[in-house]
Ligand binder design. Structure first.
Ligand SMILES: Cc1cc2nc3c(=O)[nH]c(=O)nc-3n(C[C@H](O)[C@H](O)[C@H](O)COP(=O)(O)O)c2cc1C
Length: 382
């Protein structure tokens, strides 16, 4: 006898021994009763062969089974289509399990649907792991949101008395005081300013972290803004005997649309860092038009210094929160270590980017690229 002649018998035997659950339903009977279940189905569900045959498979469902999934199956069967669902089922002893159910219709040569074949996988473990992960993620998100909110509130509370202290220091300096007292007041003022800077930075970080920081699209004059920015750093550079100068591309448009305040915040940060980390030489701000079309103008701002430079192994974490190239730098030069992170995040909000080139002992150059809308595009859009 050839193997082929034995095939129908062999198939049933093979399917009965499969390690997946297989079910066959009579598609010609309106109640869709089970006409075959393999051994694995009886092990998975706890229902014997006799207890299953002749019944509709819905006996596996219970109170927590999602009715929407059930109605999706019903719809697929009505249309005689294949379907794949994840459905919560119950064993005979009432134990819940997640069932990945695949159903296929089987048609005869005349196109009549005679059977539905179902294959069931127990995916309880995977579902459980997914649930755990979801829970852990939402918990972590909630916690970090709560922390950021707390930091925001705390810093807000700190800012008010700090502003009061700064005001009083200024008033005290106006009175009739000795040189020594003047010196003490100046030190107090510097410390207050450093603290205010940290508080402002962490307020920004908290806002950025909660997605509360917005960017504006207002008209501004780029050249005027650049001049103003450089001017505010002249005194600090002069005090350290460093030359500070600016080179701006002549083809920069007179007017652009964007967020001048945020741009200023970024450039202020880079310039004050450049001055802070430079003992001798110069700090230069260069502004070039990188790309220009009717719609937008891409500007590139380069801040170059002849300072101590950044060790190459520390460059990759430069824009991460709470890192400062070397902890001793932080102590020596002050700062919250948040400035560059804020710059990067602000630039991302403005669709811009920031990169850095540095050579230890020679200097550092930051390149900031920001797209701005040209005036024409606004009028065209309107
Ligand atoms: C071949 C086949 C296997 C099925 N296996 C299961 C199953 O393991 N678990 C389940 O909850 N439903 C299963 N069903 C679905 C139910 O039998 C039923 O079709 C579904 O509950 C929707 O119909 P109803 O609204 O009449 O209950 C299967 C259906 C077919 C056709």
């Amino acid at each position: 006898m050839s193997l082929n002649n034995q095939l129908p018998m062999q198939w049933e035997f093979i399917i009965s021994k499969l390690k997946s659950s297989v079910t066959v339903v009579d598609a010609t009977s309106p109640e869709f009763p089970l006409m075959y279940v393999n051994e694995h189905f009886t092990r998975l569900t706890g229902y014997t062969h006799e207890e299953s045959i002749g019944r509709n498979c819905r006996f596996l469902q219970g109170t927590d089974t999602n009715p929407e999934t059930v109605s999706n199956i019903r719809e697929a069967l009505r249309k005689q289509q294949s379907t794949k669902v994840e459905i919560l089922n119950y064993t005979k002893s009432g134990q819940k399990f997640w069932n990945e159910l695949n159903i296929d219709p089987i048609f005869n040569e005349s196109g009549d649907c005679l059977y539905f074949v179902g294959i069931q996988y127990d995916i309880t473990e995977r579902k459980f792991a997914e649930e755990q992960l979801k829970l852990a993620t939402s918990l972590a998100e909630k916690t970090s949101r709560g922390q950021l909110e707390f930091i925001g509130k705390l810093n807000h509370e700190l800012r008010t008395p700090l502003n009061g202290i700064m005001g009083m220091i200024e008033l005290a300096g106006m009175g009739d005081i000795t040189e020594e007292q003047k010196e003490y007041l100046e030190l107090a003022r510097q410390s207050g300013e450093a603290l205010l800077h940290i508080v402002n930075n962490s307020l920004d970080m908290a806002k950025l972290g909660r997605g509360k920081m917005g960017v504006e699209h207002i008209e501004f004059q780029p050249l005027k803004l650049i001049q103003q920015i450089v001017k505010t750093h002249e005194l600090a550079a002069m005090n350290k005997h460093i030359r500070i100068f600016c080179h701006a591309d002549l083809s920069i448009p007179d007017v652009l649309w964007g967020d001048p305040l945020r741009l200023r915040q970024v450039l202020d940060n880079l310039l004050s860092n450049a001055i802070k980390f430079t003992e001798q030489g110069e700090v230069q701000l260069r502004v070039d038009v990188k790309q220009r079309s009717h719609e937008k103008t891409m500007l590139m701002f380069s801040v170059r210094d002849t300072g101590i430079g950044i060790p190459s192994h520390q460059i990759s974490q430069l824009f991460d929160a709470f890192t400062q190239s070397d902890i001793s730098h932080a102590r020596r030069f002050g700062g919250s270590g948040l400035g560059l992170t804020i710059c990067k995040e602000l630039l991302e909000l403005m669709n811009g980017s920031i990169t850095v080139d540095s050579a230890e002992g020679k200097g550092t150059e930051f390149h900031v690229t920001v797209p701005f809308r040209s005036r024409q595009s606004i009028f065209n859009a309107g």
